[in-house]
Design a protein around this ligand. Structure first.
Ligand SMILES: NC(=O)C1=CN([C@@H]2O[C@H](COP(=O)(O)OP(=O)(O)OC[C@H]3O[C@@H](n4cnc5c(N)ncnc54)[C@H](OP(=O)(O)O)[C@@H]3O)[C@@H](O)[C@H]2O)C=CC1
Ligand SMILES: O=CC(=O)O
Length: 324
């Protein structure tokens, strides 16, 4: 009998067929509390789950006693309680690498859009405000040759550094838990402590995972250390930045602007003050959202689950110690 799997994200037809070849699949619309209650029987017998979003913690695992592997269609896995998975011996698979370049493109797009006010100015053109040659109230600030600070020099940070260094002649500063030789050698990136990164960066680009250590790492105190001309870009996870402190800093001129792909609450409520600020570019968490990359992530997630449930994992495992 094929192992039972709960799929909580739609897949392209060919990938769904591949999953069906290996498993008995039940598709649900998401890991919402309602679905977890409604599909209690299916979860009781599920050996694998595949999807994105939704909380997978001890409480969820108690409802899925046969679970052996979870495959998330994302690189970030902050919605999983990894300690609880480890205790239960559930292997967690994710999709790093396949999305790295696309997310770095999104970050560079946010850098450019925020500095050159692309969204704000384009909206004014559409509103018919372009009546004569534009003056300083339409101008932005330069990107090339400015200092780019990267907070989190992992896969995505490195790909961003490559773009900024070769494409825009930007000096790179960075902070991470350790030094990254590749970034220093290839892109002349300089390691610094967080305070120096805040004080010296013209662009502070956050590509950090959400962990206990990074939650609200950037708050009022840290924003106050930034230049009034600085722009904050966040494509890591929303709660890395204290959003109320950010809103205050954008309103009172502590910093110049922000380009955000991630938020403390997603989808961002229509009532969010961020949406009223002209110096904010807000994207709907589309860091990896191109047709090619989303297909690649889904493919990796399917392959990851097949590997995990057939005991052939070679990569993309968050808790490989369970495989020994
Ligand atoms: N907006 C979007 O659509 C997307 C968002 N993401 C987010 O981006 C994150 C990063 O992805 P990726 O680059 O692949 O991950 P990596 O694991 O390759 O990089 C993470 C980096 O963060 C650093 N880091 C972790 N904790 C700390 C800390 N406490 N202080 C300083 N640095 C820290 C790591 O430091 P060190 O190198 O020293 O270990 C590493 O350099 C994901 O976890 C996800 O949350 C990812 C994809 C798409
Ligand atoms: O936010 C997206 C991810 O892949 O992580």
């Amino acid at each position: 009998m094929k192992p039972s799997v709960v799929l909580y994200k739609s897949l392209p037809d060919d990938l769904r067929q591949r999953l069906d070849q290996h498993f008995s699949v039940t598709e649900i619309s998401g890991l919402t509390p309602e679905n977890i209650a409604k599909y209690a029987d299916v979860l009781q017998s599920a050996e694998g789950i595949l999807g994105s979003g939704g909380k997978v913690d001890g409480e969820f695992l108690a409802k899925a006693p046969k679970l052996r592997a979870a495959s998330t269609v994302s690189v970030g896995y902050d919605n999983f309680d990894v300690d609880a998975l480890n205790q239960r011996g559930v292997v967690l698979m994710h999709t790093p690498t396949v999305l790295t370049e696309t997310v770095a493109d999104t970050m560079m797009a946010l850098v450019l859009a925020s500095a050159r006010r692309v969204v704000d100015v384009a909206e004014r053109v559409k509103a018919g405000e372009w009546q004569s040659s534009v003056g300083p109230d339409w101008f932005g600030i330069d990107v090339h040759h400015k200092k780019l600070g990267i907070l989190g020099m992992g896969r995505i940070g490195l790909a961003l550094a490559q773009r900024a260094h070769f494409g825009f002649s930007m000096p790179i500063l960075y902070n991470a838990r350790k030094h990254h030789e590749e970034a220093e050698q290839r892109f002349d990136a300089q390691y610094c402590d967080l305070d120096t990164l805040l004080k010296e960066s013209d662009f502070l680009c956050i590509s950090l995972p959400l962990t206990e250590q990074t939650h609200h790492l950037i708050g009022r105190e840290q924003l106050a250390k930034m230049k009034p001309s600085a722009i904050l870009i966040n494509a890591g996870r929303g709660p890395v930045v204290d959003e109320q402190a950010l809103i205050a800093a954008l309103k009172d001129g502590t910093i110049y602007a922000a380009g955000l792909d991630v938020f403390e609450q997603e989808p961002l409520p229509a009532s969010s003050p961020l949406l009223k600020l002209p110096n904010v570019v807000a994207l709907p968490h589309i860091g990896s959202a191109t047709h090619e990359t989303r297909y690649g992530m889904a493919k990796d997630a399917v392959d990851n689950l097949i590997a995990a449930l057939t005991g052939k994992v070679e990569k993309n495992c968050v808790n490989p110690q369970l495989l020994k």
